[in-house]
Design a protein around this ligand. Structure first.
Ligand code: SAH
Length: 345
């Protein structure tokens, strides 16, 4: 019988079959499965209730291909950034953002990014490859261990707001979330998970068809197509109208929460006219919240953040139009861990 090389592609039943086929006991399957998904072993040699022979046999028959921690950086504000290395020597980053009540992991879905949003540091890196579902899962497992170590609490929330565009790595992102939410693993509620997208209308609809239970965030960042085309190339093929339609479809199918992300760029998208157009878009989409995000400057990129007065006026305008709006202050800037700063520096 041929089994996938990647042991984490085998379900429990397939593992049972495998152990029987090598003349071993069926219960080894459960032991191995627990090492993989409960104890998050990252090497076969860690599976210490299996005999040395058996561990060597597994090593010969399968691959585990876990990511390893390469660097941990602590920000003065408590944010922790971790750099990871893949089995084939690529680097990626994940972040833990602690608040009073929450420990949120921000995870990556790709190595680099194929989109080239003009304000984003990751967008200037080449996309090397997608992360596999187990590499995404590993980030969560390692960030969870680090969160316990640093804060005495495991992760409470996960956002797919690290490097890459999650909806361009659709299958593996969904499979990773299936593992993270499964009761034989973390058992995290999907309501505590948010996938953020630069806006791929077709894939937003597919999320609806697949009936996902997690939350969705759209990086809108401009409230008309002329401006959005200028800062986000993806808008040329996924304009605001197509995204509005896709989000309505998604909501009708899933009733999951939708947020809009809006980075305030000085002199680009932060006028009261922009706020007015944003309030109109808000009315056309079943949006839960608009997060107005403080822009983090990136070396070599000319954009700057809106000044305090403009930011306040922008938010005040929206609140006055009954928009549920929040300002998201940036975290972890001193270690380049803030939104749009992840670039393996
Ligand atoms: N590709 C997905 C996931 C990345 S999320 C998406 O675009 O949604 C990262 C978020 O940070 C996005 O909303 C992105 O637009 C925003 N961002 C990028 N560069 C930023 C910067 N320099 N300052 C603040 N936010 C930034």
């Amino acid at each position: 019988m041929d089994y996938p090389k990647n042991i984490r592609e085998l379900g429990l039943d397939q593992l049972k079959e495998y152990f029987i086929s090598i003349g071993d006991k069926k219960f080894r399957a459960m032991q191995t499965y627990e090492w993989l998904w409960k104890k998050n072993a990252r090497k076969f040699s860690e599976m210490t209730n299996l005999s040395l022979d058996l561990r060597q046999k597994l090593e010969a028959d399968f691959e585990l291909n876990s990511i390893s921690t390469d660097l941990v950086q602590n920000s003065a504000d408590g944010t922790v950034k971790m750099r990871f290395r893949t089995f084939d020597n690529h680097l990626l980053e994940g972040v833990i953002i602690p608040t009073e009540k929450r420990f949120t992991a921000c995870v990556s879905s790709q190595i680099g990014c194929s989109l080239s949003c003009s304000f984003c540091a990751t967008g200037r890196m080449e996309r090397k490859r997608n992360l596999s579902f187990e590499e995404i899962y590993d980030q969560v497992a390692i960030l969870n261990e680090q969160s316990i170590k640093s804060f005495g609490s495991g992760l409470t929330n996960i956002v797919f707001m690290g490097m890459g565009e999650p909806l361009l790595n659709y299958k593996d992102v969904l499979k990773a979330i299936e593992r993270i939410t499964s009761t034989d693993s973390f058992g995290m509620s999907p309501k505590r998970i948010t996938v953020s997208t630069a806006g791929v209308a077709k894939m937003i609809k597919k999320l609806g068809d697949d009936g996902v239970r997690f939350n969705l965030a759209l990086s809108l960042h401009a409230s008309n197509d002329i401006k959005r085309n200028e800062i986000m190339d993806i808008n040329e093929t996924n304009n605001i109208k197509s995204l509005t339609e896709a989000l309505n479809y998604f909501y009708a199918k899933t009733k999951s929460a939708i947020t809009l992300e809006y980075v305030l760029l000085n002199g680009v998208n932060d006028s009261l006219q922009d706020a007015k157009e944003l309030a109109e878009i808000y009315k056309r989409i079943p949006v839960h919240t608009i997060n107005v995000i403080e822009y983090n400057t990136v070396d070599g990129i000319a954009f700057t953040k809106s000044d305090e007065n403009n930011t306040e006026a922008f938010v005040k305008y929206l609140s006055g139009r009954k928009v549920n709006v929040h300002i998201r202050r940036s975290r972890g800037k001193d270690i380049d861990a803030a939104c749009g700063q992840l670039a393996n520096k």
